[in-house]
Design a protein around this ligand. Structure first.
Ligand SMILES: Nc1ncnc2c1ncn2[C@@H]1O[C@H](COP(=O)(O)OP(=O)(O)OP(=O)(O)O)[C@@H](O)[C@H]1O
Length: 316
């Protein structure tokens, strides 16, 4: 059973195609990741799935309703956490929840709000202005707001962008916990490989508006990844014959399916006496992305614009 099914979902801005005939399914209860560099089309996909912008072509069913025909029914059944700040810092946590309840048309929200604040351990701060909240507390409140209408699906656009390492780790735990305890399907976007690897049961890799690969992190690594064995030679002038090897000065890089299985044969082929050091790089989503696109999602892709907008608002 699917919580999200997209078919040829497409968004054009003039002649430019931001999302290009994207089709995928997200199973009920899973954490699904859309992974890709800045400008790949992740936010635009979320905006279409949450009814914020209509598709130019194609359609999607979210919680069983068409985003084209029944956007209002879709909105009733989803929660959304944007990478932008959504809290009003001049209001208390409780007042922010009240606004959320009004915006989403949730009638008897108070018991649910109390339960959520208790679940996240911030009930005692409910009457404190959110301007005084730590980043971790803000995230918990934002997630509480997204869960207020008991959604079937929560969309999270770059949920950990700009967070420090510790807060990011807490956010990962929190995402896993709400997925388990509230049985909510989660679709998140990220350009952090390790985030997708750690959190998602399945991933769609999106680049230039197209899904270029699809599967569990393990499947993607097995199909497009591969381990790399790097050997430093003592005597680079000695001839070496190895398949899939790139030799550069005194370094040999060999791409293999499994480093553990291939290592002994490679050492034998090179000769023990000619080896200075051995390094193994295990297959990662980074290798997958490089193999698929020829480039990597690097830290420079980090979106300073969004991050600083968030900080400015948080300080206001
Ligand atoms: N309203 C718009 N008008 C014109 N082009 C747009 C509009 N919104 C997005 N785009 C373009 O569509 C492409 C996809 O943008 P989108 O925001 O979906 O990417 P993304 O993968 O979420 O990356 P980011 O993390 O930078 O937001 C980009 O090239 C962007 O410039």
């Amino acid at each position: 059973m699917y919580s999200i099914e997209t078919e040829n979902l497409t968004k054009r801005y003039g002649d430019f195609i931001a999302v290009d005939h994207v089709s995928f399914q997200v199973e009920k209860g899973e954490i699904f990741g859309l992974l890709g560099p800045n400008g790949a089309g992740k936010t635009t996909t979320i905006k279409m799935l949450t009814g914020l912008t209509p598709p130019s072509d194609g359609d999607a069913l979210v919680a069983g309703f068409s985003i084209r025909k029944d956007p209002i029914e879709v909105k009733k059944r989803i929660g959304w956490i944007s990478s932008e700040v959504i809290l009003d810092d001049d209001l208390t946590a409780w007042e922010n929840l009240e606004i959320q309840a009004r915006l989403t048309g949730v009638k008897n929200w108070k018991d649910r709000a109390n339960d959520l604040l208790r679940y996240f351990g911030i009930l005692e701060f409910k009457d404190r202005r959110t301007g005084k909240f730590s980043t971790g507390m803000r995230k918990k409140l934002e997630v509480s707001m997204a869960l207020l209408n008991s959604p079937e699906v929560i969309f999270m656009d770059e949920p950990t962008i700009g967070l420090d390492v510790n807060t990011r780790a807490s956010m990962w735990n929190l995402i896993r916990e709400i997925n388990r305890d509230y049985q909510v399907t989660i679709l998140l976007t990220t350009h952090y490989m390790e985030e997708a690897d750690s959190l998602c049961s399945r991933i769609g890799i999106i680049n230039k508006g197209k899904i270029i690969a699809f599967g569990s992190p393990e499947e993607l690594k097995a199909k497009y990844g591969g381990d790399i064995i790097e050997i430093e030679l003592k005597n680079p002038s000695k001839t070496i014959s190895l398949e899939n090897a790139a030799i550069n000065n005194n370094k040999v890089r060999v791409k293999v399916n499994s480093a553990e299985l291939a290592l002994m044969d490679i050492i034998k082929a090179i000769g023990n006496e000619n080896i200075k050091s051995v390094r193994i790089n295990k297959s990662s989503l980074d290798t997958v992305f490089i193999n698929l696109t020829g480039g990597s999602i690097e830290e420079q892709d980090f979106d300073a614009r969004k991050f600083y907008a968030m900080i400015r608002r948080a300080r206001r």
